[in-house]
Design a protein around this ligand. Structure first.
Ligand SMILES: C[S@@+](CC[C@H](N)C(=O)[O-])C[C@H]1O[C@@H](n2cnc3c(N)ncnc32)[C@H](O)[C@@H]1O
Length: 301
């Protein structure tokens, strides 16, 4: 993570959202309203990022974006959309069951809180992210006057401040409330010790009924922590971006891990489950999606 510019991976996910929104076959899988926000975030990104994304989304150059995806992690962009759909349904279900607070550490350019806070005015949404990424999002949201009073942005570099310290800086945050913690596409960049520290906070701060919706990498059969269909190029790129994967979980170890922090595993979805859920009724052969990331829902015991 560089100090002077938004996270490359958060930008990649925003770019994928814009790109797929323009795809006649799968555009319908982009969460409604997400692409419009992501277009605005990209417009506020550094000029080089903006130029690259705009070029790759141009109809004449879309093949180049597809080629780049095929050369790295085939189906990664669509995987991002399916995981976002699943996470959104887990969050809205928790809200319908009484959650009054949604906390999103490492929110990046995700649009879940932005889109849901208007339709759930009694729920407090708190995004915590590295200042370099959040600044770019916040400037756009403030310019558009898109945030209601129940959406809070709290900047924090979580290598210098704990999640607990960051949350205590938010006056609207209520420790002990029935909460949903959403940690999407983040845990793989942390060590096991750092992941445990976050779950410790979720477990001690989340009140009765609380839920954690999170994603983790599932190691390959050979023990490598990566997308299972990644090409060798990816590892070099992640090193270049300074955002390498550091942790992964096999499904069988999740229940015991969660138990230590007071949670039970409610469900876990791999690429096959996501495909079965979101491609039912898809006309023709559904496109590839990346394999190796698990979308997990854990509920407080
Ligand atoms: C892969 S992105 C995921 C973004 C978002 N959750 C999503 O899935 O669309 C990782 C996020 O972690 C954030 N991040 C990385 N290092 C961080 C740090 N030291 N403190 C706080 N946030 C950090 C980045 O700014 C980025 O938004």
């Amino acid at each position: 993570m560089r100090e002077d510019r938004p996270s490359s991976t958060a930008t990649l996910i925003a770019a994928a959202t814009v790109f797929l929104d323009g795809d006649s076959r799968v555009g319908g899988l982009v969460p409604p309203g997400a692409a419009a926000y992501c277009r605005r975030f990209i417009a506020a990104a550094p000029a080089s990022t903006r130029a690259a994304v705009n070029a790759l989304c141009h109809p004449a150059l879309r093949w180049l974006a597809r080629l780049a995806e095929r050369s790295t992690v085939p189906g990664l962009m669509l995987h991002f959309m399916l995981r976002k759909r699943m996470i959104e349904s887990a969050v809205t279900e928790a809200i319908s069951r009484g959650a009054s607070q949604v906390v999103v550490p490492g929110a990046g350019f995700d649009t879940l809180a932005l889109r849901l806070h208007c339709s759930h005015p009694s729920v407090t949404f708190i995004e915590i992210d590295h200042p370099a990424t959040q600044r770019c999002k916040r400037v756009t949201v403030e310019a558009d006057q898109a945030a209601g009073g129940n959406l809070v942005f709290q900047p924090a570099d979580l290598t210098r401040q704990t999640l607990e310290e960051a949350l205590l800086c938010v006056p609207a945050y209520r420790r002990g409330a029935n909460s949903v913690f959403v940690i999407e596409g983040v845990l793989m960049y942390l060590t096991y010790k750092e992941v445990s520290a976050l779950f410790q906070v979720f477990g001690t701060h989340g009140g009765s009924g609380s839920r954690v919706v999170f994603t983790v990498m599932e190691p390959t059969a050979g023990g490598r922590i990566d997308f299972h269909n990644a090409t060798p190029l990816v590892r070099r790129l992640l090193r270049l971006w300074r955002e390498p994967f550091k942790s992964g979980f096999v499904v069988a170890e999740l229940p015991a891990f969660l138990h230590k922090f007071g949670f039970v595993l409610n469900s876990v979805a791999n690429a096959g489950n996501l495909r079965a859920r979101y491609f039912a009724g898809f006309a023709g052969n559904p496109p590839d999606t990346a394999r190796g990331e698990l979308i997990c829902i854990a509920d407080k015991r």
